[in-house]
Design a protein around this ligand. Sequence first.
Ligand code: KG4
Ligand code: ZN
Length: 338
Amino acid sequence: MNILAVESSCDETSVAIVKDGKEVLSHVVLSQIDIHKVFGGVVPEIASRNHVVHMTRVFEEAINQSGLTIDDIDLVAVTQGPGLIGSLLVGINAATTFAFAHQKKIIGVNHLIGHIYAANIEHEIKFPALALLVSGGHTELLYIKDHMDIKMLGTTLDDAVGEAYDKVARTLGLSYPGGPVIDKLAVLGTETYTLPRSYLDKEAFNFSFSGLKSAVINLVHNANQRNEEIRVNDMCKSFQESVLDVLVDKTKHAAETFDVKQVILAGGVAANKGLRQRIKQEIKGKEILIPSMEYCTDNAAMIGAAAYFQFLKEGAHPNYLLGGLSTIPFEMYHKDDK
Ligand code: KG4
Ligand code: ZN
């Protein structure tokens, strides 16, 4: 089954064609990062306008690269949310128009489920699995019982981890997005600043990163007032270690508690080299699935992979948008779910 997938929830315009939830026949990602960099973050209106400008060309390139004809496409899939409303609507309009014009079925896919299924492209998800979903907007630990049967074990009570990276980077005068820059500089630094680790209840799986972010901001402000230099590399290392200690400990604890076969790392922050390394080193006896970098950050291939399993389970509903733009799709785990 050849699925043409569209992703435009934030600042990447992406179209991919994926066969049977696994084989990527073509994959085009047009990143707007350079456009938004000067503003220190994504400007929603500018993102939507750039999606409008580039969407048709990205569609054409994905179809050309795949070597398929439009007749070979069996299903259209599009990110239905969560994301920036204007950005989402550009992708949804393009996908719906394409499907209507060529008489194809269409389904809406949740962006977060897409991030998880990125792991199925180069590997095969086996159940039960645990996913640590870490991105600019989300920090979730998820228990995956079967295809499309996902329950939430914990989430952030305040900032998402990627958001904390981006805000700390801005405080340190580093460029946007902050995650990749901090990740790179952390390797050059030493953990010399004392920063908090927010474990909350050690047995539970919720996260909190706003206290850590405030601690960095306070240290930087205090240093500025005393005319002292901040050692940026050391601060990056100290911040990254605080984040990773909590993420890795809680993921390890959940993997053992729920006796999962696999641990999946998903979302933009899964591109973090330190996180990838520590998850592999510290979680023993479980298969660790980490998508390669191109499938960690926002991309349409992951939407195409998720769409296949969603279609097998639910089919395509002609009025899929009547459900509205989807947000967080996961219910909390209950002990009877196991
Ligand atoms: O999944 P994604 O591309 O978009 C969202 O759905 O949010 O994630 C973007 C986030 C940004 O906050 C960015 O700073 C972070 O992922 N990120 C990283 C790294 N690469 C991207 N965070 C830490 N280390 C990285 N290497
Ligand atoms: Zn994302």
